[in-house]
Design a protein around this ligand. Structure first.
Ligand code: ADP
Ligand code: MG
Length: 245
């Protein structure tokens, strides 16, 4: 069991406080950051991925500060940013080869993994097609393949379902479930239905603060919202926090 811990993390952009004293524990399994636009999801993920520094607080991997872990931390990390941008002129396979090199994987390992990875994200037909010709959903799916190719123990997806159609969403859920068997998976979304059935742990972020965390059932029990015919329980909890839309 692995664990990523945030201790009192604060991030300011000038006068704007994007994260305000966030403390959280993410464990092996699927953790969902849920909150409206501007609530601080991307900021938190960028700090966890060690892409931007926090103003104060710490991030620990199994109890050790990620600042101390350095290169070792990058080896266990997979990060997919909000807008997947790979090499337009490279084919799907060449993108995997290129990023495999960057991640320090051996050429033979990458060659062996390419068919398996493309199969997993349903791009087997596109091995030699250029990234530039891909649809939004296909780009997203190749992004997922690149993200998981080094078998990360900590996987971060920022708004991963944004460009996916319903079928692709289902496939992505299956990939997440498999990954989460032995990795800490953290994903962000502002869409309640994305996480309700999927996440082991749901974190509600509002204006840079963690306002709740727990399983869907725990949140449900805590708020015991009035039964509503056209809303799920988590949707009602979300509504109570953030209002309509
Ligand atoms: P989310 O991903 O939940 O939409 P963000 O982390 O992107 O939220 O943003 C949180 C807040 O910080 C927002 O108010 C946003 O405008 C602000 N913010 C984000 N990035 C920057 C930046 N580089 N400079 C200034 N303000 C920023
Ligand atoms: Mg964001």
């Amino acid at each position: 069991m692995n664990e990523l811990t945030l201790q009192n993390v604060t991030k300011k952009y000038g006068q704007k406080t994007a994260l305000d004293g966030c403390s959280l524990i993410f464990k092996t399994g699927i953790n969902a950051l849920l909150g409206p636009n501007g609530s601080g999801k991307t900021t938190m993920m960028n700090i966890i991925a060690d892409l931007i520094p926090a103003n104060s607080g710490s991030v620990l991997w199994n109890g050790t500060s990620i600042a101390k872990l350095g290169a070792e931390y990058r080896g266990i990390l997979g990060f997919m940013p909000q807008n997947v941008n790979l090499y337009k002129r490279f084919s799907a396979a060449d993108n995997l080869r290129y990023f495999g090199k960057l991640k320090g994987l051996s050429t033979s390992q990458v060659e062996e993994d390419i068919p398996r990875l493309l199969e997993k994200v349903n791009l087997s037909d596109c091995v030699n097609k250029k990234f530039g010709s891909f649809s939004g959903g296909m780009k997203q799916r190749l992004g997922i393949a690149v993200t998981i190719m080094n078998k990360p123990k900590l996987v971060i997806f920022d708004e991963p379902t944004a460009g996916l159609d319903p079928k692709e969403r289902m496939r992505f859920r299956d990939i997440l479930r498999e990954l989460s068997e032995d990795a800490v998976v953290i994903l962000s979304t502002h869409i309640v239905s994305d996480v309700e059935m999927l996440a082991d742990n749901i974190i509600l972020l509002k204006e840079g603060k963690v306002c709740e965390s727990g399983t869907a059932e725990e949140l449900q029990e805590k708020y015991t919202p009035e039964a509503s015919s056209d809303r799920t329980v988590l949707e009602t909890v979300y509504m109570n926090f953030f209002g309509e839309g």
